[in-house]
Design a protein around this ligand. Structure first.
Ligand code: NOJ
Length: 584
């Protein structure tokens, strides 16, 4: 094996990018976000252009052409801002710059220019609930006295108990442990406590303070002025906390638990938060080109989530109810129906997503035939391992069915390669604060964040360039599993039966047949206990989630999830097909 990575597409990382004519103009249409396909890039693990073991912005720019081939409308970039990376960059130390690990603002502008040329919008991740404890505003707050303007940017409080040594309330961190940390005064005595719904290095902002609102409006305009297509808004339901910060007996994520309906969680879903997004929508409307807001709001049930996408608020919200559906036809039909009903009621598009950087990839989830991953996310070396072949077949089938649904689609980098999680990652390689804060009891999300494989026969599967002088292979920030050569993009690119080819073909058809802007009707005729069957225009989609082959109607096969999916007019288990349906 040569020590330097062989060139895949004419040495994409070092030669000037080949510029094509814009591939399409559809994404520039009015209300493009109602039927969009948005691809999530996790920069740290996408592609490493300088051989330091971490992905970066030039690596993304070099490969944007590959993403354009997937017929996507936009790329959502997970955080690339300066950060100590205690929570994978969701601990932001400066909202208006690029972490040197990922490049510079000039690199961001180059990425934007390349994306614009390809007709791809760039959505950036906005993290307004909390920042990093390294942020200048928090450092100023720590240095300032109790009751100061600096402290009022965050949620500081005296402790409870006679000497204030107990936290102000009983809230728990989403990552485990309590949601409060006590400060130390300049003279070494114990001081006030500050709230952090996530890691102790992620202090929550005080959104009751107009100065916080003004600061984030500045941040919005900074990126809007640079041309971004919009924002994915992190924990969008958490900004406002109930007055008086009352104790809470429910789950840390605000979900319901016995005796405590989720709707009552004092740290999530407070009505006052909506005024913030109405204001932001107004700011976006000052800019040309239909910039969007997408809510990451873990709110259930669905009709409550749709409050975030009322006509004057956000454009889209992630559909986590859909993401968490089990491999079960009844459950899937149910969540599709209830999603469309709920979002239609507020005239918002429904979104669909199967994987992201916070969950076990759907290839691995659906391969766990014994049930879902253990609570607290992640699959580890001592857990039951997913069945790789079953997981991949089901993942391809589930993705193909999803691509025929009307509304917006979110993809997570690597799912187009059929990547599974790294389920055998050594414990000492894990970085997720969930793992750290729970002493390893919860594994966390590292398994789905592993650097991507680009080249089957290169060190690190071509994830990173090797250093110019030494040709030394860098250590990637997270280890890749062995045996990933077959997933590499170069081998899949030329194989018509690969997962990558399936994604390209199906997403092209979705665009050509305008399925995203279509509508769904259930096909009771072809439905069984174990199959999901629906029509979108003239396309009949059948997904077999059972153990036995199921009969198909006559009709031309448009695309099938695997080469052997359709045999003798039947659809095999764990497979999906689109048929051109003859009306009548
Ligand atoms: C949701 C993000 O997707 C996740 O990665 C992060 O840890 C939390 N929000 C906190 O910012």
């Amino acid at each position: 094996m040569s020590e330097t990575a062989p060139a895949l597409y004419g040495d994409p990382l070092s030669s000037p990018a080949v510029f094509h004519a814009p591939l399409h103009s559809a994404s520039m249409d009015a209300e493009w976000w109602r039927s969009s396909v948005i691809y999530q890039v996790y920069p740290r693990s996408f592609r490493d252009s300088n051989g330091d073991g971490t992905g970066d912005l030039p690596g993304i720019t070099a490969e944007l052409g590959r993403l354009a081939e997937l017929n996507i409308d936009a790329v959502w970039l997970s955080p690339f801002y300066p950060s100590p990376h205690h929570d994978g960059g969701y601990d932001v130390a400066d909202y208006c710059d690029v972490d040197p690990l990922f490049g510079t603002l000039a690199d961001f502008d180059t990425l934007m220019a390349r994306a614009h040329h390809l007709g791809i919008r760039i959505i950036v991740d906005l993290v307004p609930n909390h920042c990093s404890s390294d942020h200048a505003l928090f450092q100023a707050a720590l240095a300032a006295p109790k009751g100061s303007a600096e402290r009022s940017m965050f949620i500081f409080s005296d402790g409870s108990g006679a000497d204030g040594s107990e936290p102000p309330n009983n809230w728990q961190s989403h990552f485990g442990g309590r949601a409060w940390t006590r400060t130390t005064n300049a003279d070494g005595t114990p001081g006030q406590w500050y709230l952090h719904l996530f890691d102790s290095t992620q202090p929550d902002f005080n959104w009751d303070n107009p100065a916080v609102r003004a600061e984030f409006e500045r941040v919005l305009r900074f990126w809007l002025d640079r041309g971004v297509g919009g924002f994915r808004v992190d924990v969008a339901h958490a900004l406002i906390k109930a007055e008086g910060l009352p104790d809470w007996g429910g789950r840390a994520d605000g979900g319901s638990s016995e005796g405590f309906p989720g709707s009552e969680a004092p740290m999530f879903g407070q009505q006052e938060v909506h005024a913030i997004y109405r204001r932001w929508r107004g700011i976006l409307a000052e800019y040309d080109g239909e910039r969007i807001l997408c809510a990451e709001a873990s709110i259930d049930p669905l009709p409550r989530l749709t409050d975030w996408v009322r006509p004057d608020e956000m454009h889209q919200a992630f559909n986590f109810a859909y993401l968490h559906h089990p491999w079960n036809a009844h459950a899937l039909r149910d969540v599709i129906s209830s999603s469309l009903t709920a979002f239609d009621a507020v005239d918002a598009p429904t979104t669909w997503v199967l994987s992201n950087h916070d969950v076990v990839r759907h290839t691995s989830r659906f391969g766990l035939t014994g049930g879902a991953p253990r609570g607290g996310d992640g699959i580890g070396r001592s857990d039951a391992q997913p069945d790789t072949a079953t997981g991949l077949a089901r993942a391809r089938a589930a993705s193909l069915a999803m691509f025929a649904l009307p509304g917006g689609i979110y993809l997570y980098q690597g799912e187009e390669l059929g990547l599974p999680d790294h389920t055998a990652m050594p414990e000492d390689a894990r970085r997720d604060p969930t793992f750290v804060r729970t002493g390893g009891e919860r594994l966390g999300r590292d398994g789905c964040r592993v650097p991507l494989p680009w080249l089957a026969d290169a060190p690190l599967y071509g994830f990173g360039a090797t250093g110019d002088d030494t040709n030394a292979v860098p250590q990637p920030w997270l280890p890749q599993p062995e045996g990933w050569a077959g997933y590499a993009r170069d081998v899949q690119s030329g194989d018509p039966d690969s997962t990558l080819s399936l994604y390209r073909t199906a997403l092209q058809l979705r665009r050509d047949l305008q399925l995203g802007a279509g509508s769904l009707s259930w096909s009771r005729e072809f439905e069984t206990t174990d199959t999901v069957a629906f029509l979108n225009g003239e396309v009949l989609v059948v997904l077999n989630m059972g153990e036995f082959a199921t009969p198909l109607p006559t009709g031309n096969v448009i695309v099938a999830s695997t080469p052997g999916a359709v045999e003798d007019q039947t659809l095999q288990p764990d497979a999906c097909v689109w048929l051109m349906h003859a009306a009548g």
